[in-house]
Design a protein around this ligand. Structure first.
Ligand code: HAX
Length: 434
């Protein structure tokens, strides 16, 4: 058994005891109230989910297992000479709550290498799809097609005890996570680089192997590690996390669950916003004959977007009320590695121009940039100009968080999700209208 799985096996009984105590002794304690606006307003703010893997404070942003992004980047072990930590170490942290040491890291890296091989039928299936299919459709379809590899399904069918569910869900999740960089890079090289996939390098870690298979040189492996870590988790109420959790609650295995979550990530209000940001910026550059706009030109473009009834992509958030620290982490990387990039300069100008306009516009509760406002510019700088691919990379990262959550869901015996609906007439009666 790997050190990571061993650690999980040690931690699960203590968590189960805490959950059992809460459920048995405090099950009727009131946590929140439901308001009519939340029935139609996407249940915004309703406290009815639980996760110990990350917590999103509206003012401070995300903490992974209690650690801020700068703390994670500083404390997690790094490959020799690298600027960014091992993605494998972040997986260890999300799953166990502990910062791994050198021997734990080596163990996870080696375990992932053993799980990497992608069955050939996945490539056959991807190749059979029309090449202009959106890469998120390809990515999600590949995850779904891998479902025949599930270890959860045969073990469940053989009569698995509920206490053991987490074990095959762990195996499926690790097998799946280890394969995602190769599937993503394969889609990229097949679709955009003249069908020239690059075989993985068995000696490289998760982030470096992805950069290698993308065919992009140093420091792209650093941005890959940063990108996957930053996008991994954002509490459990966002669409990709909640969908994965919901589908998994029916005991659909991790392949079904993650594929569903990725389909939610593919929406323009969620993960697809990173592609929308670059498309929007390109429209602007095109309009101005590829020169940097003046502040006035930029302000006009932002107002034109708003006045035509569209949202400003990369700005606003359902929970956050400050600049997203995932934006800031990417901005710091850009300031160090690509300070003179013209699109970075434009993204920086937008950071000055958009918030006051959104405040004046008066609708968005959060006028500040989110993660998606910055992810595209760095990718563009290193040659990944095919912006419809950006959400796939978000998906590789997001899989880390949602699958970690799924393992813990099964470990603590989370029930099938089934909230209750009311009719509009019932709500009118409750409101005293009828
Ligand atoms: N531009 C223009 N209007 C905006 C806006 C923006 N960036 N953000 C919010 N608003 C508008 C909303 O459309 C809404 O208008 P209506 O009342 O007419 O419906 C109003 O302001 C109130 O919305 P809100 O309460 O501030 O925001 P929500 O919680 O409803 O939605 C969103 C949060 C992220 C979906 C929203 O801010 C948005 O559409 N942003 C642009 C798209 C985007 O960047 N999405 C990525 C978010 C991060 C993420 O999940 N990444 O994966």
């Amino acid at each position: 058994m790997s050190k990571l799985k061993q650690k999980l096996a040690e931690k699960i009984p203590g968590y189960r005891d805490r959950v059992t105590k809460l459920m048995k002794e405090y099950g009727d304690t009131v946590v929140d109230q439901v308001h009519i606006r939340q029935f139609y307003g996407g249940m915004r703010g309703l406290k009815c989910l639980t996760t110990d893997i990350s917590y999103l404070d509206p003012e401070e942003g995300i903490r992974f297992r209690g650690y801020t992004i700068p703390e994670c980047l500083e404390k997690l072990p790094k490959p020799k000479g690298a600027e960014m930590p091992y993605v494998e170490g972040h997986i260890y942290l999300l799953l166990t709550g502990d910062i791994p040491g050198e021997s734990e890291i080596k163990d996870v890296v080696e375990d992932f290498k053993k799980r990497r091989r992608v069955p050939h039928y996945i490539y056959d299936m991807l190749r059979a799809m029309p090449r202009d299919t959106h890469p998120m459709t390809m990515f999600s379809a590949a995850v779904l097609a891998l479902q025949r590899e599930s270890e959860f399904v045969p073990r469940y069918n053989a009569g698995l005890s509920k206490m053991e569910y987490w074990d095959p869900v762990y195996e499926d999740s690790m097998n799946l996570l280890a394969k995602l960089p190769e599937i993503a890079a394969y889609i990229y090289r097949m679709k955009y680089k003249g069908d020239t996939p690059i075989a993985p390098d068995p000696d490289l870690d998760f982030g470096a192997n992805f950069a290698y298979m993308m065919g992009i040189d140093h420091p792209y492996e650093e941005i890959s590690r940063l990108y996957f870590i930053l996008h991994s988790d954002h509490e459990s109420g966002n669409v990709s996390a909640h969908t994965t959790h919901l589908v998994g609650s029916a005991l659909s295995d991790p392949y079904y669950s993650l594929s569903a979550g990725l389909n939610g990530l593919a929406g323009p209000l969620h993960g697809l916003a990173n592609q929308e940001v670059l498309r929007w910026i390109q429209q602007l550059m095109h309009k101005l004959g590829n020169k940097l706009p003046t502040k006035e030109e930029l302000e006009k473009f932002v107002w034109d977007t708003l006045n035509s009834g569209q949202v400003i992509p990369g700005y606003g958030h359902a929970v956050l009320r400050k600049t997203d620290p995932r934006y800031t982490a990417q901005r710091e990387f850009a300031l160090k590695h690509l300070p003179d990039d013209p699109i970075f300069k434009l993204v920086s100008m937008l950071y000055e121009v958009v918030p006051p306009i959104l405040q004046k516009h008066g609708k968005a509760k959060n006028p500040w940039p989110n993660v998606d406002a910055h992810s595209g510019v760095i990718q563009w700088h290193y040659g990944v100009t095919e912006y419809d691919f950006y959400t796939v990379m978000f998906g590789v990262g997001r899989a880390i968080g949602v699958l970690s959550n799924l393992i813990w869901d099964r470990a603590v015996g989370q029930a099938i999700e089934r909230p209750k609906s009311l009719t509009t007439e019932m709500l009118e009666k409750i409101a005293g209208i009828k």
